[in-house]
Design a protein around this ligand. Sequence first.
Ligand code: GLU
Length: 487
Amino acid sequence: MSETIRTRYAPSPTGRMHVGNLRSALYEFLIAKHEGGAFLLRIEDTDQERYVEGAVDIIYRTLETAGLLHDEGPDKDGGFGPYVQSERMKTGIYMEYAKKLVEKGEAYYCFCDKERLESLRTEVVEGKEIMLYDKHCLGLSRAEVEEKLAAGVPFVIRQNIPNEGTTTFHDELYGDITVENAELDDMILIKSDGYPTYNFANVVDDHTMNITHVVRGNEYLSSAPKYQRLYDAFGWESPVYIHLPLITDETHKKLSKRSGHSSFEDLLEQGFLPEAVVNYIALLGWSPEENREIFTLDELIEQFDYRRISKSPAVFDYTKLKWMNGEYLKAMDPERFFELAEPYLRAVIHRDLDLKKIAAMVQTRIEIFPDIAEHIDFFEALPEYDAAMYTHKKMKTTAETSLAVLCDVLPLLEAQEDYSNDALYALLGGYVAEKGVKNGYVMWPLRTAVSGKQMTPGGATELMELLGKDESIARIKAGIAKLGGNV
Ligand code: GLU
C-alpha cells in the first residue's frame, strides 16, 4: 500500500474510558504505528445531551497514561483540523456536505413534528425497536421545501435510502455483508439543532481527514451499510473497516459498569499497572503469531497485524489480568517497585521499619499492589493467632517441641546484639547443629512466634532483622506464654 496509514480514535466525551474503547484506541494506534502511519484523536461531541463535563480531560489522561500518544488532535494540529466535531460544525462542513447529498437526491429535508413521528409504525430489528420513517417529506416539492425553510420551520436532513435493492459493505473480520435496503432507516444526518448526527459526522470526518482504517465495536455493524451508502453517494472510497467482537465478563455477559472493572481508571484505582492493562487488552481479540503473552507497547507495535484479530467474543478474565500484572511487578526495577509500593506499605506500617527491605520481600509475591497489606500486616502488630499453628507435620513440630525450642533460644537471642539476618542465621544454625535437629524444627516455631502467620514473605531471621531485637524478643516471649510456658 503506497498510501500513508491514518487511523483515528474518535471517542464521545461521555465519561470514563471503557475497556472496549481503550481496545479500539489501542488497535488503531498499533495499526498506524506498525506501518509508520499517523494516529489521530477526534472528539465526537455532537450529542450535547450525552456530554459529560471533564470527560475530554479523562480521554487525554487515559491515552497518555496508556502510552497511546496521538500524532494529531485538538492539541496537535496536523493540518486536518479542527479535531473536535462541535468546532468542525461551526465551519459549516457538515451542512455543506448534507446539502450536496440533497442535490444528488441522496438526502432530503424533513419537517415532520414529534407527534407525527410518534404515530409512525415501528419495527423490531436485531432486538431493538426502531422507527422506519415513511418518507413523507420526500414527497415535498422543491418550492414547498424552500417555503418552509424561509418560514423557519424546524427541520432535519435525512438520508434517502431506496426501499428496493440491497447494500453491501466489506469488513476485514466479517467479510462482505449484504443487507436489504428496506431494512435501513432513512437516518437523520443533520439534527434540528443544526448538529450533525454521529452517523453522518463520522463519515464526513473520516473522509476529510484521510482516515484509512476504522476500528470500532461491532455495535456499529448494523449502521455500516448506511455509512457505505453515504460513501458511495459522495463517490468516496470507504476506509478499511474492522468491527471488533464484544468483550464479555466471565459469565459471558457484556462487560458492564457493574462488573467494577470496566474502565481503565477503575483498573488503575484497583492497583493495576497501565502497561499490564494495555498488554492484557491487546490480547482481547488479537493473538500474535508466536505463543507468547507479555509484550511491551513497542513489541506490540512490531508484532501487530490486524488480520490476526479474531471475531469471536473476547472474555475479560480478571484473574488472568492479575496474573499478568504480577509478571510486570516481578520484572520491575526494584527502585520503581518501591516507589509505587510505598503508599501501600505506609498505609499498613506506621512503625519505623525498613520499608525498602519489606518491599523487596513482597515484590515477587503479589499480583497487584493492594495485595501487599495481607503480606505485611503482621509487621505492624502481632496478630491474634492460634497455638495450634505451632504444630507442623513436615517440620515435626508440636506445641511441646516449640515451647522447648523457644525457651532454649530466648536467652541466646537476648544475649545477641547483631540482629542482621546473617548473624541471626549463624547463631541459630549453631543451636540446630548442637541439637542435631532439622532447620525447620527451630525456624518454624520462631517464625510463628514473630509473625503469628502461617505464611510470611520471608524466613524467621529475615523477619527478626526487620523487627529488631526488642520487638522480636517481646513476640517470642508472647509465644512462650501462649504455649503455657513461663517467661
Ligand atoms: N464516537 C463513537 C463512540 O464513542 C466512535 C465510534 C467510531 O469509532 O466510529 O462510540
